[in-house]
Design a protein around this ligand. Structure first.
Ligand SMILES: Cc1cc2nc3c(=O)[nH]c(=O)nc-3n(C[C@H](O)[C@H](O)[C@H](O)COP(=O)(O)OP(=O)(O)OC[C@H]3O[C@@H](n4cnc5c(N)ncnc54)[C@H](O)[C@@H]3O)c2cc1C
Length: 405
């Protein structure tokens, strides 16, 4: 028996597990996979866009939300801010603290994307000119394309350069992960810096693909070696900064004593009256029950299998069979790629402390739903999924810890 069982190791599950363990609870985290953090950019978005307009100050915009079903209208803006500040403070070596404003960070396509919390290697110093440099052996990074688009979207003068430096002897096509592993080695790092110095001109700053080390970020070493600001540029997934964030969170959780059981699926549960008493983990060919006082369900959305649509178009929550809102509409998906697809607003409705509701009644008094499971947001359009995951998990922990009723 543990105090709390958390299901899922994405941003929501790890947030809940770390906060509860930090406050002295015994926590068991059960998860099938590693969650979406490694696919994300290693940044934390709170609210990048509202009504398709960039939000310079996300918390101010949260306060103005008028959509009653949106997770941010259930979570007070002050809770979201407190939760995100707490989250940044957990990883002071990896994340810069928030300052109430969104920041623009460059992507590999040369577009500037808003985010709230950044890793120090992503700070855009507003340079007059920038050298965009990438190893010829990385196929997902085209320095000339990024430079041309940067000139279109910003006022910077940008020039693209290639370097010829295989991460592994004779390899002509390497993934960003192979480079990041190579750059963990100080000797390769110095050769990398030398290769960059030999091609660039006197630009104010240098943009590199996000490959600057898997275990530790080589950013500051490169800044010193190259004598000017260096900016890590976001690549398509899997993402090295996302892997750094995932690793840092898992390390923090384990250091606080969270028992992490990875690689097995929770397939069932038991209840007594209106409480969940245990969940069943299917592990090594057998079922094992895990009982606890409280359960935080952080199973994500469609992408993690917590929500599923069958061949008849019926949508369900796959573990507890929880009621969903927004699922009974005809036009859940439209042919317009850029449209606000209603499918992704389907999810679980919760009360103000994240307990699941069925027609406004609490389903289980000790089951909390968080993160991608929650109804009402189109997360990647708004750039709100990270903030929702952190704030909803934090709110659930406030209730479990008796900080709110
Ligand atoms: C294509 C795409 C792009 C996105 N872009 C953005 C963006 O730009 N900005 C933004 O803020 N958000 C974005 N989001 C949303 C964001 O990624 C999610 O909201 C966020 O990752 C959700 O975190 P989570 O912890 O709730 O779930 P996840 O990270 O999905 O983690 C769920 C976890 O639960 C586990 N799990 C599920 N079911 C079980 C089970 N039965 N037993 C055991 N374990 C289980 C999974 O293995 C996983 O570990 C995007 C989402 C998608 C799909």
């Amino acid at each position: 028996m543990t105090d709390t069982v958390v299901i899922g190791a994405g941003l929501a599950g790890l947030t809940a597990a770390i906060r509860l363990a930090e406050e002295g609870q015994s926590v068991t985290l059960l998860t099938f996979g590693v969650g979406g953090i490694q696919l994300s950019q290693g940044t934390i978005d709170v609210l990048g866009y509202r009504d398709n307009k960039l939000t310079p100050k996300p918390f101010t915009s949260l306060a103005k939300t008028s959509d009653p079903g949106h997770p941010y209208s259930i979570l007070a803006p002050s809770t979201v801010e407190k939760a995100v500040d707490w989250f940044a403070a957990q990883l002071p070596d990896l994340l810069l603290p928030g300052d109430e404003a969104n920041h623009l960070v460059p992507t590999a396509l040369g577009a500037m994307r808003p985010t709230y919390l950044r890793q120090p290697s992503m700070v855009w110093p507003d340079p007059g000119s920038v050298a965009v440099v990438g190893p010829r052996q990385i196929k997902d990074f085209y320095p000339e394309l990024m430079a041309a688009n940067l000139e279109r979207t910003t006022t910077v003068k940008a020039t693209g350069y290639h370097i010829d430096l295989p991460a592994r002897e004779g390899e002509v096509d390497s993934s960003p992960i192979v480079y990041a592993q190579a750059l963990d080695d100080s000797e390769f790092l110095m050769r990398f810096a030398k290769a960059i110095s030999s091609v660039i001109s006197n630009e104010d700053a240098i943009c590199l693909p996000a490959i600057l080390g898997l275990r530790t970020c080589a950013h500051m070493t490169l800044v010193e070696a190259l004598g000017r600001p260096v900016i890590e540029t976001l690549l398509p997934p899997p993402s090295i900064p996302g892997m750094r964030l995932n690793e840092a969170l898992l390390t923090r959780a384990k250091a606080l004593g969270v028992r992490v059981i990875l690689g097995s699926k929770v397939t069932g549960f038991e209840t007594q009256k209106s409480r969940v008493t245990s969940v069943i983990l299917h592990q090594a060919g057998r079922d094992q029950g895990y009982s606890a006082d409280n359960f935080v369900y952080a199973g994500g959305g469609f992408e993690s299998g917590a929500l599923a649509m069958d061949s008849y178009g019926k949508i369900s929550e796959t573990l507890f069979g929880l009621p969903l809102v927004g699922a009974d509409q005809d036009d859940l998906i439209t042919g317009d790629y850029w449209a606000d697809q209603k499918l992704f607003r389907v999810g679980v409705e919760v009360d103000e402390i994240m307990r699941v509701l069925d027609k406004k009644k609490v389903v289980y008094s000790n089951l909390y739903a968080t993160g991608g499971l929650l109804a009402g947001a189109t997360r990647w359009v708004e750039k709100s999924g990270d903030g929702i995951a952190i704030a909803s998990a934090y709110r659930a922990t406030e209730s479990i810890l008796g900080e709110v009723k």
